[in-house]
Design a protein around this ligand. Structure first.
Ligand code: ATP
Ligand code: MG
Length: 445
């Protein structure tokens, strides 16, 4: 993309309404604009990042054997009356009446709708297990929308629903989700720690939230520092293997890690003192096994081998895709702007032409632009007639991981500069070598 043709309305001044870095930087970098409280338009740069996260979530869900689909944002109230949640949900639910006087709602989540689909289509235990998911906009009329996309009213969520014939199957689905989530967040360059979470009125101990540690997080968390050294890495996972998923689950959930809702001071004190940590975290996902809560209330049953009918065992599993954009920035920024990990960067590299209009500089930039595009690196070429300082400031603000700087003086020696946004290190090399280097870096992402 050439910057002169793009839509990148960066702001010079810090918007007064933004109190945390990610909100401030998303506004300044022209990623989002507020439409009304807690509701945002995703401008082209923000939309690109959102799409990248969505792609990673899809890939990892499909890898785990889960099936993508798409349910609507608007749902009929009657389904929620069946589960009893129409009244329970209170003011967070946006209720709408259509022209025929029918009660509708903008879905805050989809348990009822998916259970309805399931009960109308699945009859036999032979069709299980199944996990269906979608990535769709949700609406919750939060009392205090704040921190930009982190606590929006409209937000983008992956929500998946597992259906199994028995508890053992449902627990495997639960473990499988935990493992696939670990991989999902790691691919985004994030550490999200699974922490035992509150299951609310349903009880049981089968809920984990995934938290990204950040000073600005809304949750208070307590953990054994050992969890921060754990990584799934690129080990091979067989998502059908009950044993392997259980082993990884055990590995990652044995060290103490809990949110304040489930925090147990006595247990925590068993962790050696130097490893006992308390901090703040951003909840970027949650998994939940709730048995037959919805299937029993809504009659989602299957015929078992002995001919009896049994409500299915269900779980629901969410990832806050739009919140993750904010969480990623909270975890990756400095005073000058965002620092994207390669896997989610809106563009793979920026090209800065320090002398627009100079025939050698223009030609070198054009060559780099073509070569990087061919290599699939998706460059952003700053071809504006602007001062160097302004161009560097824009690149730093929007946080592309790599910048190639092209100046007539360097070109006389056959070199351009390749700069890492994260380390600030700069190396001189030929334009061809810069393209090769970036090709190698992105081949590993
Ligand atoms: P919170 O405790 O932050 O209100 P939640 O536990 O009610 O969230 P879930 O129902 O678990 O949310 O939804 C799954 C994921 O969706 C959360 O882990 C979070 O990442 C994201 N999410 C929830 N509410 C919001 C929101 N208002 N804005 C942005 N993302 C959200
Ligand atoms: Mg939650």
């Amino acid at each position: 993309m050439r910057l002169t043709r793009y839509f990148l309305p960066v702001l010079k001044d810090t918007p007064a309404e933004a109190s945390i870095a990610s909100h401030r930087l998303m506004l300044r970098a022209g990623m989002i604009r507020q439409a009304s409280a807690g509701i945002y338009s995703w401008l082209p740069l923000g939309f690109k990042v959102l799409r990248k996260l969505e792609d990673i979530v899809h890939e990892e869900q499909i890898r785990a054997g889960h099936i993508p689909m798409l349910m609507p944002t608007l749902q009929p109230a009657d389904l929620w009356r069946e589960s009893g949640r129409y009244d329970d949900y209170g003011k967070e639910m946006l209720r709408i009446t259509d022209r025929h006087g029918r009660d509708m709602l903008y879905g805050p989540t989809n348990e009822e709708l998916i259970t309805d689909i399931f009960r109308n289509s699945v009859n036999s235990y032979k069709e299980l297990p199944k996990t269906l998911y979608h990535i769709q906009w949700k609406f919750r009329d939060e009392v205090r929308p704040r921190f930009g996309v982190m606590r929006g009213r409209e937000f983008f969520m992956k929500d998946g629903y597992s259906f199994d014939i028995d508890e053992a199957g449902a627990l495997h689905a639960y473990n499988r989700h935990l493992v696939s989530y670990l991989r999902t967040y790691e691919r985004m360059g994030l550490q999200a720690i699974p922490m035992r979470a509150d299951t609310g009125p349903i009880g049981g101990d089968h809920s984990h939230e995934f938290l990204v540690l950040a000073k600005t997080g809304e949750s208070e968390v307590f953990y054994d520092r050992a969890v921060t050294d754990m990584k799934l890495g690129d080990r091979e996972v067989d998502f059908d293997s009950v044993e392997q998923c259980q082993a990884i689950f055990d590995e990652f959930t044995t060290p103490y890690a809990r949110t304040d809702e489930t925090h147990d001071e006595a247990l925590f004190n068993e962790v050696p003192e130097e490893r006992r940590m308390s901090a703040r975290g951003i909840e970027v996902g949650q998994i939940f096994y709730f048995g037959t809560k919805y299937s029993a209330a809504m009659g989602a049953e299957v015929v078992m081998p002995d001919g009896s009918r049994k409500p299915v065992e269900m779980g629901s599993h969410g990832i806050g895709v739009s919140r993750l954009v904010g969480a990623l920035i909270e975890a990756n920024h400095d005073d000058n702007g965002i620092i994207w990990p390669e896997s989610v960067a809106p563009f793979g590299a920026g090209i800065v032409n320090l002398k627009q209009g100079d025939s050698a500089a223009d030609a070198a930039c054009e060559g780099l632009y073509q070569a990087l595009t061919r290599a699939g690196i998706d460059p952003l070429y700053d071809d504006r007639d602007e001062r160097a300082g302004a161009k560097f400031a824009t690149m730093d603000l929007i946080g592309l991981p790599w910048r190639i700087t092209v100046a007539p003086r360097g070109l006389k020696n056959g070199v351009v500069e390749l700069t890492s946004r994260r380390t600030g290190e700069t190396e001189e090399m030929s334009p061809e070598a810069a393209v090769d280097r970036l090709t190698q870096i992105y081949a590993k992402v």
